[in-house]
Design a protein around this ligand. Structure first.
Ligand SMILES: [Zn+2]
Length: 94
């Protein structure tokens, strides 16, 4: 994971995530209004610093206050879901 760089997301990715996640914050689950999109943060459910990828399933849109309060953490269920999906996709690829 050394040398990975973070992606700078364009507004189209932000809008795609907003629609994909049904216009709700990935943490508090309250609705994110369209006018708030520019101030949202994109969060890695399985943290980038732990090797989390840029897949749509691993990204969620959050209110800035929610993401800043969350810090770098991952719930056990999110970690297991992510690693299970990663393991399944790598088994299917070989
Ligand atoms: Zn929120």
């Amino acid at each position: 994971m050394v040398g990975r760089t973070r992606t700078a997301y364009c507004s189209d990715v932000r809008r795609l995530l907003w629609l994909f996640h049904r216009k709700v914050c990935g943490l508090c689950h309250l609705q994110i209004m369209e006018v708030e999109l520019g101030a949202t943060h994109i969060d890695h459910r399985f943290p980038f610093v732990y090797g989390g990828g840029e897949e749509l399933d691993n990204l969620s849109l959050m209110h800035a206050r929610c993401n800043l309060g969350k810090g770098v953490s991952v719930s056990t269920s999110d970690a297991l879901d992510y690693l299970e999906a990663l393991f399944s996709s790598s088994r299917g690829a070989s």
